[in-house]
Design a protein around this ligand. Structure first.
Ligand code: ATP
Length: 254
């Protein structure tokens, strides 16, 4: 039994404004380590905005204003942690696989090189380990010099996951990582997420409620910038406390 396990993230009274528009409204949430947390909700409800706030990707958007706090292992990500360090600890995988137009090897070695690793034997080791962890090593080990753009979309997405893993993050944010993929590739990414949660904390935005119920431990249901309900995935899907959650998961809107 886990007693008093400290949350990986503590989010308190978080509000986010794009100019005059409030996209996140008083979000409070503790996110546990070594779990998959899923964010569900209809289009435009703020899921991606919240996900991007967790590694400060919204800093890049002009006119954004954020108040409240997000703590990672007890440190405020907006005041106590350098943004470069934060993004090393909190990696991200996007909806569209976005390998860089370079070799598979160079894609995965990119982050470690930026962090100053130059020795080939060390890079070789990181590349192999990351591709293995992303369950794609066997498929690409004989063509590491090939351009990553030339493999299938599902393989590209696993290369992007390997690229994220190569800098040894603690958390992986995934923004609808399978919505551009076929069912077989989707299943591979789902299996991979379940495998990776042993070592990482995973937070995933998904439009696919079956996916959330299949693989996540906790689910947050967002609506119009608010978290309507957050809890154990089994409870959210079988016994939602809020009528709005029930209406959404039973397909009455969204
Ligand atoms: N850069 C931006 N500037 C202004 N408004 C934005 C910006 N990005 C998002 N929004 C608005 O904030 C709200 C939340 O958007 P967000 O992309 O977080 O929703 P979402 O739940 O992830 O939607 P989807 O499932 O369609 O990706 C929407 O009303 C959107 O139009």
């Amino acid at each position: 039994m886990e007693v008093n396990k400290k949350p990986k993230f503590e989010v308190n009274n978080l509000n986010l404004f794009y100019g005059d528009f409030q996209a996140l409204k008083n979000i409070n949430m503790n996110i546990s380590s070594n779990e998959i947390t899923a964010f569900i909700g209809p289009s435009g409800c703020g899921k991606s905005t919240f996900l991007k706030t967790i590694n400060r990707m919204n800093d890049l958007v002009p006119g954004v204003r954020i108040d409240g706090s997000i703590k990672l292992d007890g440190l405020d990500i907006y005041s106590d942690i350098d943004v470069i360090k934060l993004r090393q600890r909190v990696g991200m995988v996007f909806q569209q696989p976005n390998p860089f137009p370079m070799s598979i090897y160079d894609n995965v070695a990119y982050g470690p090189r930026i962090h100053g690793i130059k020795k080939k034997s060390v890079l070789d080791e990181i590349v192999e380990k990351s591709l293995r962890q992303a369950a794609i090593w066997d498929e690409v080990k004989d063509r590491l010099k090939r351009n990553a753009i030339g493999v299938s979309g599902g393989q590209q997405q696993r290369i992007c996951i390997a690229r994220a893993l190569a800098v040894q993050p603690e958390v992986i944010l995934m923004d609808e990582p399978t919505s551009a993929l076929d069912p077989i590739s989707t299943q591979k990414i789902e299996d991979l997420a379940v495998e990776l949660k042993k070592d990482y904390t995973i937070i995933m935005v998904t439009h696919n409620m079956q996916q959330a119920s299949r693989i996540s431990d906790k689910t947050a249901f967002f609506l119009s910038g608010e978290v309507i309900e957050f809890g154990e995935t089994g409870q959210i899907f079988s016994n939602p406390r809020d009528k709005k959650t029930e209406n959404y998961i039973t397909g009455r809107f969204g």
